[in-house]
Design a binder for this molecule. Structure first.
Ligand code: UDP
Length: 219
């Protein structure tokens, strides 16, 4: 049986931020250093990035391996969803990568393939779907429900009793006001919350909101 092969999929900004965490996790699993690679569809032959090989997806699949694992380190939700479907079809397992200083409190359900950057906190009684990204210093407070392929840029403050539906993107430093028990503030499916927005009420699916208080941007 060949050794497992692990990758950070995406060799750009997001991936370069995740690779050191992945490396630390790989070391803790006792993996040889060369069993962790970047995968990128724009890989150049022989490319090395920050000390790690960069393979095309085809080369990653062709490399002899037992089980293959991938951490999807691309911020764009739609791209993540497309790639997750391909990985699943090819039998590549989702890999959750979390910084060693992430704080996770009680009763947190975290879906597969999450990426949790340094200084992230998930407090208590939270449900999070698949392939969640929480970038540096973001937090999720009590009683939140977060869907699949949701992305938090750095410093997102997601307070209590908030529902964030699938594929929503929350920009850097956004603050989301807490909802009430049984009456959550809802960020709709695929909505985009702009950088620094202060969200005081629910956001419709697909809308982009900006400012303080956050308002829907007309297209
Ligand atoms: N990418 C890929 N397959 C795709 C879409 C994107 O391998 O289907 C790669 C792309 O080549 C790039 C990275 O993912 O290297 C995305 O980088 P970008 O700077 O756009 O976003 P971020 O790193 O911030 O998520």
């Amino acid at each position: 049986m060949q050794d497992a092969l692990y990758c950070v999929y995406g060799a750009s900004g997001c991936g370069r931020g995740i690779m050191p965490l992945a490396r630390e996790q790989a070391r803790a699993l006792g993996m040889a250093a060369d069993r962790l690679v970047f995968v990128d569809d724009a890989a150049q032959p022989g490319q090395v990035l920050n000390g790690q090989r960069v393979l095309s997806y085809e080369a990653f699949m062709a490399e002899p391996a037992g089980t293959r694992f991938a951490a999807l380190a691309i911020a764009n939700s739609a791209v993540r969803a497309k790639l997750a479907a391909r990985l699943e079809a090819d039998g590549v397992r989702p890999w959750t990568v979390a910084a060693s200083n992430v704080v996770v409190m009680d009763e947190v359900e975290l879906g597969e393939g999450a990426l949790l950057s340094p200084f992230v906190t998930l407090t208590s009684n939270i449900r999070i779907g698949r392939f969640f990204h929480a970038n540096l210093y973001s937090y999720v407070e009590h009683d939140c429900v977060i869907g699949d392929f949701v992305t938090f840029a750095p410093g997102v403050q997601c307070n209590g009793n908030i529902v964030i539906e699938d594929r929503a993107y929350i920009g850097t430093g956004a603050v989301i006001k807490q909802g009430r028990p049984g009456e959550p503030l809802v960020i709709g499916r695929g909505a985009v919350v702009g950088m620094g927005a202060v969200v005081t009420k629910s956001v419709p699916a697909g809308a982009t909101v900006v400012g303080n208080p956050a308002r829907v941007m007309q297209k």
